[in-house]
Design a protein around this ligand. Structure first.
Ligand code: ARG
Length: 261
């Protein structure tokens, strides 16, 4: 149930019969693993540490692009248009914290031209602004390098349960060339960015983290979002880094879409 819930991309891809290679990458639990999958290597985030983090009720993450617009992944939503079915929970690391700020969606914008691979971004408009800090997005590739922070309420290990408490981890950038060694033509290098520990695995985002931000500090020490959790082969497997939407590639399009939402 939880697994299915967190695989909207898989269902969509299968549904539209898109690129077979991409389907392979959708981390349906691999051939039964005799031993537990590696822990995804996160630790608990402190209350208020990442105040821009959002949990969306379909089982995805997101970030506050504005106080009334959540940036998430295209594969987390089913299309564009009026939509009152999504609940956004923010302002807490514990999803059961009574201090959680919740809001309902009014409209969704799925990246134009999204057909199941690449362009994995979407905007969710909320029914009211939430009084929380937003996360700036990278407008150039200058921060698409170094070590990134990822966070989410998704599985703490491949095939594992969704989390009540927000987990965080740090993952180093992986070059397109190295990432292509893992994923070949499934990777869209102009639109995607990879991160993880290729040699050892062990730290990664996982099912249910999709749509959440990958971010780092900019030149003046502010958090800046460079990626959106998108896909990977399993989670935290050696040789298979996580794949993230390259936010800078879509910055102008996202800004225009947000202004029109
Ligand atoms: N597609 C997943 C989701 O819907 C995210 C998977 C990320 N995988 C990874 N190995 N980094 O939640």
């Amino acid at each position: 149930m939880k697994l299915l819930k967190t695989l909207p991309g898989a269902r969509r891809l299968i549904a539209i019969g898109a690129v077979l290679l991409a389907a392979v990458s959708l981390q349906l639990p691999g051939p039964a693993q005799a031993t537990p999958s590696p822990v995804v290597g996160g630790t608990r985030a402190a209350q208020g540490e990442f105040p821009f983090m959002v949990r969306l009720s379909m089982g995805c993450g997101g970030s506050l692009y504005t106080q009334q617009i959540v940036l998430t992944a295209a594969h987390c939503v089913s299309g564009s248009g009026p939509n009152t079915s999504i609940t956004a929970t923010a302002g807490v690391v514990d999803l059961q914290d009574p201090r959680a700020v919740t809001a309902r969606s009014t409209e969704v914008l799925q990246a134009p031209g999204y057909f199941g691979y690449g362009k994995d971004w979407a905007l969710v408009k909320l029914d009211r602004p939430v009084a929380l800090p937003t996360l700036a997005t990278a407008t150039t590739p200058e921060y698409d390098t170094g070590t990134f922070t990822v966070a989410g309420w998704g599985s703490a290990r491949e095939g594992g349960a969704q989390q009540r408490y927000l987990l965080k981890a740090e993952v180093p950038h992986v070059s397109d060339a190295v990432c292509q060694q893992a994923y070949g033509s499934s990777l869209v290098p102009e639109e995607e960015l990879c991160a993880g520990y290729v040699q050892t695995g062990g730290v990664d985002t996982c099912q249910g983290d999709s749509g959440g931000p990958m971010f780092r500090r900019d030149a003046v020490g502010q958090w800046i979002q460079v990626g959106i959790v998108s896909w990977g082969q399993g989670c935290a497997r050696p040789g298979y880094p996580g794949v993230y939407t390259e936010v800078s590639a879509f910055a102008a399009e996202i800004a225009a879409a947000a202004a029109a939402l």
